[in-house]
Design a protein around this ligand. Structure first.
Ligand SMILES: NC(=O)c1ccc[n+]([C@@H]2O[C@H](COP(=O)([O-])OP(=O)(O)OC[C@H]3O[C@@H](n4cnc5c(N)ncnc54)[C@H](O)[C@@H]3O)[C@@H](O)[C@H]2O)c1
Length: 347
């Protein structure tokens, strides 16, 4: 399946089992040629990098591998600058390509290197985690972290192509599947309908591609309406104010997707308690979280309020929350920061 994205730059997202085997053809169809920097981490490279490089060589490209230590800790200015130096040492020019082969960390950092090396070279994103496939590979956000916080340096930069091959997910540890499902829960509650149904039934080899396509399409509609996050894109922050607070409170030991699922669960609980969400919808969200093995009690909300002030989604002294009125019916709600404790009914 091909999902065309009409952002400031148009590009396709290809979702296809076995697509990686045709990677060179896909790149050639776009008119790409010459050098390709295959950027991946120390977990993904031994599994897939050699195979991808071989396929690129057969297709007439000149691949060069850049491998960094796996983990969010590597998504920093030092590794980013090592990628830039690597591109310069390998004499990359503006007609060459950076290919991210990995999860969201690789995609965000390689994408930022592609956006900034020589003011922008071609960028192809090949997500190998479920989270990156359904969330981070679409939308053009690229970034690295600073010691002061996540994603503080970055750029909006659209890829030339996103190639999602569900075969990559066969090597994913269970924890990473669960982490991806956390972002999936967000789309299920935002959209309702078939995505909600699929996650409630449980993902299988047979329905995985459909789930990925529906999630990518949901993100496509939102980012096409609001590429630079001034309106509709804020809906993608469902559960994220609480998620970022949980990540901080746990010193980032709780993975992002799991934290998002917790955030969605708490927003649903709050909406139900306030009488804004029907019991039937609240129960369906709780059942879906359980099906995804994501019904967790992580931290009481009262311990998290302190972190809200650092939320990047804050504008001035106001927080924009995505509140749940029903499955497939969320709204943006602005609250003054100092009223957060009262709003979350913890005082
Ligand atoms: N740009 C965006 O819009 C956006 C959206 C959401 C999240 N993000 C970012 O994405 C990052 C999280 O992404 P992630 O969860 O994919 O993290 P990740 O890239 O660190 O991958 C998670 C783990 O899975 C391993 N892995 C990846 N693919 C594998 C495979 N096929 N088989 C075995 N192991 C594999 C990695 O080595 C890593 O250990 C965060 O930095 C977050 O800020 C960006």
């Amino acid at each position: 399946m091909i999902i065309p994205i009409n952002a400031s730059e148009k590009y396709d997202v290809i979702v296809e089992r076995g697509a990686k085997n045709k990677i060179a053809d896909y790149l050639k169809e776009l008119g790409l040629k010459g050098k390709v920097a295959v950027v991946s981490d120390s977990h993904v490279a031994p599994l897939y990098s050699e195979e991808i490089c071989d396929l690129l060589v057969y297709g007439g490209f000149e691949p060069a591998e850049f491998i960094f230590e796996a983990g969010e800790e590597s998504k920093n200015l030092t590794v980013y600058s090592e990628i830039l130096s690597f591109l310069a040492d390998e004499e990359f020019t503006r007609t060459d390509t950076v290919l991210a082969l990995g999860g969201g960390v690789t995609g965000d950092m390689a994408g930022f290197a592609a956006a900034t090396f020589m003011r922008g070279v071609h960028f192809v994103n090949v997500p190998t985690t479920l989270l990156a496939a359904i969330d981070s590979s679409v939308g053009g956000k690229t970034a690295v972290d600073l010691p002061q916080g996540k994603n503080l340096v970055g750029a909006f930069y659209q890829p030339d192509l996103v190639l999602i091959d569900p075969d990559f997910f066969t090597s994913l540890p269970y924890e990473e599947i669960r982490n991806g499902l956390g972002e999936g829960v967000k789309y299920a509650v935002l959209e309702g309908g078939r995505i909600f149904e699929l996650l409630s039934e449980g993902l299988t080899r047979e329905n995985l591609e459909e789930f990925i396509c529906l999630s990518v399409d949901a993100k496509r509609r939102i980012v096409e309406a609001d590429e630079k996050e001034s309106g509709a894109r804020k809906f993608l922050n469902l559960g994220h104010t609480l998620a970022h607070a949980v990540e901080k409170e746990s010193d980032y030991s709780v993975p992002h997707g799991v934290a998002v699922a917790y955030g969605v669960a708490e927003m649903a609980r709050l909406a139900y308690q306030k009488g804004e969400l029907k019991k039937e919808d609240f129960d369906a969200i709780a059942a879906l979280l359980e099906k995804c093995d994501l019904s967790l009690a992580l931290h009481p909300v009262k311990d998290l309020i302190v972190h809200f002030a650092a939320d990047k989604k804050r504008a001035g002294d106001k927080l924009t929350l995505v509140t749940i009125k029903g499955i497939g019916n969320c709204v943006l709600t602005e609250i003054p920061l100092e009223e957060a404790a009262r709003y979350f009914e913890v005082e």
